[in-house]
Design a protein around this ligand. Structure first.
Ligand code: NAD
Ligand code: ZN
Length: 361
C-alpha cells in the first residue's frame, strides 16, 4: 500500500503494511545515491526490540545509531543537543540522511534535528506506534520547553514514511489505546461511515487482525494527509486536527506526561468537546454510547478527580493555539463537520463541573 502526501513543500510517499520496511534499503540507494552518512535516531526500547530488523533491511549501509531515552524524555533540549553533537562527531554533512525510528516522540525529535542540522538535511520517518500514524505525517516537528510542550519546532516534511505494521505487535495496551484515540479523532472530524465502522467492529484493541489494522491506519493517514495538503502550516482547516486536544493537552500537562498518555487524555477531551457540541451546536450524537464504547476498550472516561478545573482552564488558555480572550475549541456541527468555536471561561468552568459530575454517576 502506498499513500501520497501532497504538501506545498513536498510530495512524499507513505508505504504502509506488514513488511513495509523491506523496500527501505533500495529506496535509500535509489533516492540518495550520493548519500555520505545515515544516522538513525531511536529510543532505548525500540532499539532493544526492533533495531536488528531495521538494520537487516539496510543491507550494506552502515548506519550510525543515536539512542535517546524512551518517551517524552526524548524531546528535551539536552537530548536535542546530544543528537547534534552526535551528528557532528560522526561527520554528517548536507548529503547525509537522518532516519527517525520510533514513536511520535522520536519522530518529533528526529525531524527537528534534521530540520535544523546544517539548516536542514533530508529525513525519513519509520514509525513504530499506532499514534505515529498521525505524528509521522504532516511535517510538524518539535521539542519541548520546560514551560510548554512542542514550544520549539518547525514545519519540515520527511522524504518518505515507511510504516511497517509488524512493529506494532509489541506495543503495550496503554500505547495501543493512546494511538487508537487519534484514529477515532480522524473519523469523527471527517467521516461518519469510518466512525460507525470503527465503533461496530472494534471491540478490543488486542490482537487486531492485520487487515483491520492496516485499513484503519490507512484511512487515518489519508484523512490527515488531505487536511495537511490543504493547510500545511495551520492557518485554517488543519486546526480541526486539534479536536479533543484542548482539554486533552491540559489533562496531559497537569498529570505531568506519563501517567496519562497523549491519546488517553485526548479521549476525555473528545468526550468533553462532544458534550459542548451538543449544548452549543445542537450536535445529534449519542455521547453515552460513545463513552461506553471507550470504557469497554479500557479508556479512562472520567476527568481525573484530582485536577483543579481552574488550573485546567489556565492550561487551555496557555495553549499556543488559543487566541486572545477565549479558548478556541474544535466542536462538531455534525460528525465529519468540525468548526472552531470560542468558549468563554465561565462556560468552560460550568461545563467542566457538569462533565465531572456526570462522569461520577
Ligand atoms: P512515544 O514515542 O513516546 O512512544 C510511546 C512508548 O512506546 C515509548 O516508551 C516507546 O519507547 C514505546 N514504543 C515505541 N514503539 C514501540 C514498539 N513498537 N513496541 C514497544 N514499545 C514501543 O509516543 P507516541 O505515543 O508514539 O507519540 C507521542 C508523541 O507524539 C508526543 O510527544 C506528541 O507530542 C507527538 N505528536 C506529534 C504529532 C505531530 O503532528 N508531530 C501529532 C501527535 C502527537
Ligand atoms: Zn494528538
Amino acid at each position: 500500500e502506498n499513500i501520497s502526501i501532497e504538501t506545498p513543500a513536498r510530495t512524499y510517499p507513505v508505504y504502509i503494511g506488514s513488511g513495509a520496511i523491506e523496500g527501505l534499503g533500495s529506496y535509500i540507494k535509489d533516492t540518495f545515491p550520493a548519500m555520505t552518512n545515515l544516522m538513525i535516531i531511536t529510543d532505548e526500547t525500540v532499539r532493544d526490540i526492533h533495531l536488528h530488523a531495521l538494520e537487516s533491511v539496510l543491507k550494506d549501509i552502515k548506519a550510525k545509531i543515536c539512542t535517546v531515552p524512551s518517551g517524552e524524555k526524548a524531546k528535551t533540549f539536552e537530548v536535542y543537543y546530544h543528537c547534534l553533537s552526535f551528528a557532528l562527531e560522526h561527520k554528517l554533512d548536507r548529503k547525509s540522511l537522518i532516519l527517525a525510528f520510533g514513536g511520535g516522540a522520536v519522530g518529533d525529535l528526529g525531524g527537528f534535528v534534521a530540520a535544523t542540522f546544517m539548516r536542514g538535511i533530508p529525513f525519513i520517518q519509520v514509525p513504530t506506534t499506532i499514534l505515529a500514524h498521525d505524528s509521522a505525517v504532516g511535517g510538524k516537528v518539535a521539542i519541548n520547553h520546560p514551560s510548554g510542550k512542542n514550544m520549539v519546532g518547525s514545519f519540515y516534511q520527511p522524504q518518505a514514511v515507511f510504516y511497517d505494521l509488524n512493529f506494532l505487535a509489541t506495543l503495550p495496551q496503554k500505547e495501543l489505546r493512546s494511538g487508537f484515540s487519534e484514529v477515532v479523532k480522524h473519523s469523527l472530524i471527517h467521516d461518519i461511515n469510518f466512525y460507525s465502522s470503527l465503533k461496530n467492529h472494534i471491540r478490543s484493541l488486542e490482537n487486531l487482525p492485520p487487515e483491520e489494522l492496516s485499513q484503519m491506519l490507512t484511512k487515518g493517514i489519508e484523512i490527515k494527509g488531505r487536511i495537511v495538503a490543504e493547510d500545511e502550516k495551520e492557518s485554517g482547516v488543519r486546526a480541526f486536527l486539534n479536536f479533543g486536544h484542548t482539554l486533552g493537552h491540559a489533562i496531559e500537562a497537569e498529570k505531568g506526561y506519563g501517567e496519562w498518555t497523549h491519546g488517553e487524555s485526548v479521549a476525555v477531551g473528545m468526550l468533553f468537546a462532544l458534550e459542548l457540541s451538543k449544548k452549543l451546536l445542537d450536535l445529534r450524537f449519542d455521547v453515552d454510547e460513545f463513552r461506553l464504547w471507550l470504557a469497554q476498550l479500557g479508556y479512562n472516561i472520567d476527568l481525573p478527580g484530582d485536577l483543579s478545573h481552574s488550573k485546567l482552564l489556565e492550561r487551555m488558555k496557555q495553549d499556543k493555539k488559543s487566541e486572545g480572550q477565549n479558548v478556541r475549541f474544535v466542536l462538531l456541527k455534525e460528525v465529519g463537520k468540525p468548526v472552531i468555536y470560542q468558549v468563554s471561561d465561565e462556560l468552560i468552568l460550568r461545563e467542566l463541573a457538569i462533565f465531572s459530575n456526570s462522569t461520577k454517576r
